[in-house]
Design a protein around this ligand. Structure first.
Ligand SMILES: Nc1ncnc2c1ncn2[C@@H]1O[C@H](COP(=O)(O)OP(=O)(O)OP(=O)(O)O)[C@@H](O)[C@H]1O
Length: 345
């Protein structure tokens, strides 16, 4: 059953841009440029894109913070802006940069206030709080005023606050940004647990692709406000020509690296003692078999394609066009997008 449905979703912002020394002209920034999205109940969706690609704007339209300039959107069957109050009871939101906690109150008191605001029956509230306390280890700092919490502690508090009313959908904008390794792991495993139960639909934007790999089966990549990829991580690799690498360590370096059918020599390292082949039509097993008959193998390893590299290539390819394997290059994850589309007003 579909819980989020966006059709041709658009958001334009009027801006004034400096031209020359004194002149300013009006322009329209197309931050979201015709996004179609359907998310099934219980799904965990990763929503990624370079800086300025339109992720936060999309999330703001899905949560009723911003009104779309065009298209239609339904979340839990409601229109996010006109039905904002009703929607607020059915969704939870964690925006990394913005807090929903009371700065001067201990975390525990914020949770209590939220119970009253959302009118959650106390048994339900207690059960949900107990689960979060266990999984997120809140007890050590539940009596500390929010302003004294570390970022990682506050984020654990934010996650709890967003879930206490039992939302059907949880929107998370950069939930692990700036967290130390321990807090990041705590947040990831908590979200993993939440995702496994399937009770809550999760929509997650992040620049940390490890979040995506650990949590999301489905990945939507946006580029210049448009969906450039919607599918599994495996689909992404297949579409953008990611290849497995076979790394062969040799006892002695051959005069010339062997030419293999169905694989290409990717690089030569360690003075010719290490050959790295990228699998094409040939499987990793076939490459290893062929190499074994041609060179003295000491060791073999197979390296799975790197999601950071494929996403970086996708960000760099013009308007989400699939790049060929030949266009693969070193990763530049997080490279800023050339910017949103603008047009004169
Ligand atoms: N209120 C606004 N007025 C004008 N332009 C805006 C406004 N909000 C966003 N934009 C522009 O819309 C584009 C998309 O912004 P958005 O914040 O959605 O990107 P993002 O993908 O979330 O980026 P980041 O990864 O950096 O958070 C950007 O170019 C941004 O400058």
């Amino acid at each position: 059953m579909t819980i989020i449905e966006a059709c041709d979703l658009r958001k334009e912002f009027p801006v004034r841009v400096k031209v020359g020394r004194w002149r300013r002209v009006r322009r329209t920034v197309r931050a979201v440029d015709g996004v179609d999205l359907r998310v099934a109940r219980g799904e965990t969706l990763g929503y990624i894109g370079a800086n300025g690609a339109g992720k936060s704007t999309t999330l703001k339209m899905l949560t009723g913070v911003l009104a779309p300039s065009g298209g239609t959107v339904r979340v839990c069957g409601l229109r996010p802006v006109p039905d904002r109050t009703r929607l607020a009871r059915r969704i939870g939101v964690v925006f990394g940069q913005r807090s929903q906690l009371w700065w001067d109150l201990p975390l525990r008191d914020s949770f209590d206030l939220l119970r009253h605001i959302y009118r959650v029956p106390s048994a339900e509230h207690a059960a949900r709080l107990r689960r979060c306390r266990d999984l997120l280890d809140l007890d050590a700092f539940a009596d500390t005023p929010v302003r004294q919490l570390s970022l990682g502690q506050r984020m654990r508090g934010e996650l709890t606050a967003a879930l206490l009313h039992g939302p059907e959908v949880l929107f998370l904008d950069e939930p692990t940004i700036g967290l130390d390794v321990v807090s990041r792991q705590a947040v990831r495993s908590f979200l993993g647990e939440l995702s496994r139960t399937g009770d809550t639909t999760l929509v997650l934007t992040t620049h940390d692709l490890a979040d995506i790999e650990r949590l999301c089966r489905r990945l939507v990549v946006v580029d210049h406000g448009r969906v450039a990829h919607d599918g599994s991580i495996a689909d992404l690799h297949a579409r953008y020509g990611s290849r497995r690498l076979v790394v062969a360590d040799l006892d002695s370096a051959p005069a010339e690296p062997p030419v293999l059918t169905g694989a290409t020599l990717h690089r030569v390292e360690a003075d010719g003692h290490r050959l790295v082949y990228a699998c094409g039509a040939a499987s990793a097993a076939q490459v290893v078999g062929a190499l074994a008959g041609l060179v003295p193998l000491r060791d073999i390893s197979i390296v799975e394609p790197d999601i950071e590299e494929v996403v970086a290539r996708l960000y760099r390819s013009p308007a989400g066009e699939p790049c060929t394997a030949a266009s693969a290059g070193a990763g530049l994850t997080g490279a800023p997008s050339p910017g949103p589309r603008t047009s004169p007003e």
